[in-house]
Design a protein around this ligand. Structure first.
Ligand SMILES: [Zn+2]
Length: 423
């Protein structure tokens, strides 16, 4: 039995570009897009209020509570604070799958930092005002537009204010969503909002691994115990050996010894020394290789210093020098194939809006889904910004609505919207 023939607009073969144009011209979507420009005062207020709530790494709960309350007032359902502190809220679609839109709640600023966010003309100032109070504000603005105009979508849209993006937070919020949460297999694509601007699409995840390496020895007096192995000498030797590691320019691969410390006084053989090392590459294989080189350099330096062979006393007697290598961060690399739907949708939306954007590689919450071969991009929250991770951070609201339109269209197109006249 053959299905009865029917005609509907979807029988026409639309290009993605045409689909975006049809979506943007739906009366309800058009109204929502126009609504953004008239509500800047509200967005500014949210952003200033949010940036005044401390959210140091591992201390995001006050900010999470504020965001949860906003999610509630914007009509999001299935509100939840999960085990690691992420805030989740849902707009239910007609299908079982979901598109996530997320912004990290945490800042790099330690507890006790004066969060004096304020406005001067079009500029907002304050620690974290752009990274990522702007991102969270965009999340709220999109949720508000969806509620105000009852925008329909086929996939559900999952709003996430997540913890743990910065530094030693090590993407733990996003990791939880993709490894532990009930959403892990449901999310079809992730849109991450981070920082200011509308001129980039982060579709490539810069991977990194970070280590703290501690050297311990017996210590002693610089005169009477001369010949005892020195943790500082071993550390210096390890850096020397590791620095000779060759790295390719493509895939771009880098390493850095960013912190060294150790010892107590000029006439003491130190008992300990430590360093922090950062390894980055666009290639997961290169990261593996560099980690191996680092471990080899440390092992060799300890062996030589401990046996005395480096000081030429020839005793070969091991005196108890040790090194401990502790991973303090691991951000997996990955990238979105050029023909991935999420990237094509973002490109088509930019073309529709007349927006020029470059594809970029960066380390963001999108690293987690990208490293799993899942679809994800990171976008800016509009306007412009500067001084990220400093007390002089600023955000200029001018042109914010372009990014909000862009984000809304991308999310709706990814979720899928029924064609035809709206309400
Ligand atoms: Zn950020």
């Amino acid at each position: 039995m053959s299905p009865s023939p029917r005609t509907s607009p979807v029988d026409l073969v639309f290009t993605l570009q045409q689909e975006i144009a049809v979506l943007a011209e739906r009366p309800d979507v058009r109204e929502a897009l126009e609504w953004f420009a008239g509500n800047e005062a509200q967005f500014t207020r949210w952003q200033l209020d949010l940036a005044r709530i401390p959210a140091p790494p591992f201390g995001e709960s006050d900010r999470a509570a504020w965001v949860a309350e906003k999610f509630r007032s914007l009509g999001l359902k299935k509100l939840r604070r999960d085990e690691v502190g992420n805030v989740l809220g849902l707009r239910t679609g007609t299908q079982d799958s979901a598109i996530s839109i997320s912004a990290h709640l945490d800042t790099v600023f330690p507890a006790g930092t004066l969060l004096n966010s304020r406005q001067q003309g079009p500029r907002l100032y304050g620690p974290g005002i752009s990274d990522n109070a702007a991102g969270v504000t965009a999340l709220l603005a999109v949720a508000a537009a969806c509620q105000e105009f009852a925008l329909p979508h086929e996939a559900s849209v999952l709003f996430i204010g997540n913890v743990g993006e910065e530094g030693e937070g090590d993407l733990r919020g996003m990791r939880h969503v993709y490894f532990e949460s009930p959403w892990k297999d449901v999310i079809r694509a992730s849109v991450v909002i981070d920082g200011a601007g509308s001129d980039t699409i982060v579709a490539e995840a810069l991977g990194s691994r970070r280590f703290e390496i501690a050297f311990h020895g017996p210590g002693g007096h610089s005169w009477s115990d001369f010949g005892a192995p020195s943790p500082i000498a071993a550390l210096a030797h390890a850096i020397h050996l590791f620095s000779q590691t060759r790295v390719p320019t493509s895939p771009k691969t880098t390493f850095n010894v960013g912190v060294i410390e150790g010892g107590t006084s000029v006439n003491s053989i130190p008992e300990s020394a430590r360093m922090r090392v950062d390894i980055r590459s666009t290639s997961a294989l290169e990261i593996e290789r560099l980690e191996l080189e680092l471990r080899r350099a440390v092992e060799q330096a300890v062996e030589q210093e401990d046996s005395g062979s480096r000081r030429g006393n020839g005793s070969q007697r091991h005196a108890g020098l040790k090194a401990e290598i502790r991973a303090i961060g691991s951000r997996p690399a990955g990238e979105l194939p050029r023909n991935a739907r999420t990237l094509r949708v973002a490109r088509a939306v930019d073309a529709h809006l007349g927006n020029t954007a470059q594809i970029q590689r960066a380390s963001t919450d999108a690293n987690i889904p990208l490293s799993l071969g899942r679809e994800a991009i990171a976008l800016g929250a509009g306007g412009s910004g500067g001084g990220a991770h400093t007390l002089q951070e600023w955000f200029d609201i001018t042109g914010r609505e372009l990014a909000l339109k862009r984000i809304l269209l991308i999310v709706l197109q990814l979720a899928g919207t029924p064609y035809g006249a709206a309400k």
